[in-house]
Write a protein that binds this ligand. Structure first.
Ligand code: HEM
Length: 124
């Protein structure tokens, strides 16, 4: 079965993505560790959340609405392992709460792969 077919079977659509992304970033904003980091860097939350919905649509629905190269511009070096663990923890929690059935696991697996590719190998 192709990745696309797996994702179709999990019924991932724009509504699922919006629910997950909104839930996740409202959690990030109120998080003690990550909230201040994001607040310093995100000038407009509506724009950021909207872009992240496009990002997740391009990852999960295999659409080209988001230029994934933009990901390379991010992950500044001062984000260390504890930040990435917290990010993944909040993401996992949000996915399990908002995504029906197997969709949550598909999102989580993707987030873990991407985090591993952008996170520092070592760090405090
Ligand atoms: C320690 C973990 C992370 C932190 C603290 C973090 C923080 C941020 C911040 C502050 C921004 C907005 C400003 C900027 O571009 O610098 C951003 C953008 C972005 N983040 Fe993260 N991030 C983290 C992990 C991740 C992971 C694991 C992914 C992918 C699964 C991701 C995907 C993105 C994308 C695609 C953008 C660009 C949005 C745009 O087009 O403007 N981030 N991140």
């Amino acid at each position: 079965m192709s990745a696309g077919a797996t994702q179709d079977a999990a019924n991932i659509d724009d509504a699922t993505i919006e629910m997950l992304v909104h839930t996740f970033y409202s959690r990030v904003r109120s998080d003690e560790l990550l909230g201040p980091l994001f607040d310093e860097r995100v000038p407009d939350w509506d724009v950021h959340v909207q872009r992240m919905c496009l990002f997740w649509a391009s990852v999960m629905l295999l659409e080209g609405r988001y230029a994934t190269q933009a990901l390379r511009r991010r992950a500044p070096p001062e984000f260390s392992r504890p930040h990435f663990s917290r990010w993944l923890q909040l993401f996992r929690q949000s996915a399990l709460e908002t995504c029906p059935g197997p969709a949550a696991e598909l999102f989580i697996a993707r987030a873990e792969l991407i985090a591993a590719s952008v996170a520092p190998a070592r760090g405090a």
